[in-house]
Design a protein around this ligand. Structure first.
Ligand code: NAD
Length: 295
């Protein structure tokens, strides 16, 4: 049965590597990387994410700056805060927690961030740089998936990859990264016909759909590596539980390797946010970038 790719352990190793670099940079320069996280409103899940990001940022020795605005804050207030953070030399990364309240244009806010500080990699400049194969900030979730795939395979060159989902946050940047690592890449989505057949051609299958346990063994080629990005909360036996897009028990019988949910892609996402912050710091200070953190 399939090897289980331990994202939690991988993320722990990545954070330890980041922490040792940060300690060295602090000793050499006296300046630590700083990450500013902006939260607008009271969304419960967002508050949990922001708190976790802050804790993990401090744990690797970086400075964490949290900015909380009320739900009724105006777009211009938020843009003024972004402008301050863009100008602040102690801030190397800026993350605006999504979703934003409906009266704020999220695209306008994201594109107001200095692209060099855009540690989520959502700014159109970074999207364009990634698409044209240039150095950019790369979205955290697909970056984490790529790191696990590179670790598993060594080289991804020539492999057939299928990405399910075409969101700007996961599916599209994932496909760009796999293309950049010389895979043959297909993206399928809600409107694709013959999806199972296409998925069964994949050496690498990445599911980023948000449909609980949709992918069973009939979507998977024997020996394929399956990266399950989905996080879905379901009720089972009267209890609430998290599952991925993949039916783990079924697919584990046929896949070569598989990421579990929880404990797979999820923990890698915040670790990659820290990696991006360190990368942004190194670029801002014209320092060499640590190996294996950026693409
Ligand atoms: P999204 O809703 O923006 O995009 C979903 C995509 O899946 C769309 O492109 C849609 O066309 C496709 N899709 C939906 N139903 C489908 C179906 N039945 N068949 C084929 N394609 C279908 O979602 P997203 O932001 O890309 O997130 C996807 C999943 O990944 C969600 O479960 C989300 O919670 C999870 N996620 C996890 C992390 C992490 O850190 N692990 C980060 C981001 C998102």
């Amino acid at each position: 049965s399939a090897k289980v790719i331990d994202g939690k352990a991988f993320a722990g190793k990545l954070r330890a590597k980041i922490a040792s670099h940060v300690a060295r940079l602090r000793d050499e320069t006296g300046v630590v990387p700083g990450l500013a996280v902006v939260l607008v409103g009271e969304d419960a899940a967002s508050q949990v994410y922001v708190r976790n990001k802050g804790i993990q940022t401090v744990a690797v020795g970086m400075a964490s700056y949290e900015h909380k605005l009320p739900a009724e804050a105006s777009e211009s207030q938020l843009l003024a805060l972004i402008a301050d953070l863009n100008a602040d030399r102690s801030v190397h990364g800026i993350l605006v927690q999504l979703p934003l309240p409906a009266h704020i244009d999220a695209g306008a806010v994201i594109n107001a961030i200095d692209p060099r500080k855009d540690v989520d990699g959502f700014h159109v400049t970074n999207v364009g740089l990634l698409a044209t194969g240039q150095r950019s900030m790369v979205p955290c979730t697909p970056l984490g998936c790529l790191m696990m795939l590179r670790d598993h395979f060594g080289s991804l060159r020539g492999r057939t990859a299928v990405v399910v989902g075409r969101s700007n946050i996961v599916g599209k940047p994932m496909a760009q990264l796999l293309l950049r690592d010389d895979c043959s890449v297909t993206i399928v989505h809600r409107h694709s016909l013959g999806m199972a057949e296409i998925c069964r051609r994949a050496d690498i299958l990445v599911t980023a759909v948000g449909q609980p346990e949709m992918f069973d063994a009939s979507y998977v080629k024997p020996g394929a590596v399956v990266i399950d990005v989905g996080i879905n909360r379901i009720e089972r036996d009267g209890r609430s539980k998290l599952v991925g897009d993949v039916n783990f028990a079924d697919v584990a019988n046929i896949a070569g390797a598989i990421t579990p949910v929880p404990g797979g892609v999820g923990p890698m996402t915040i670790a990659c946010l820290l990696a991006n912050t360190l990368t942004a710091y190194c670029r801002a200070h014209d320092l060499p970038e640590p190996d294996g953190l950026a693409v």
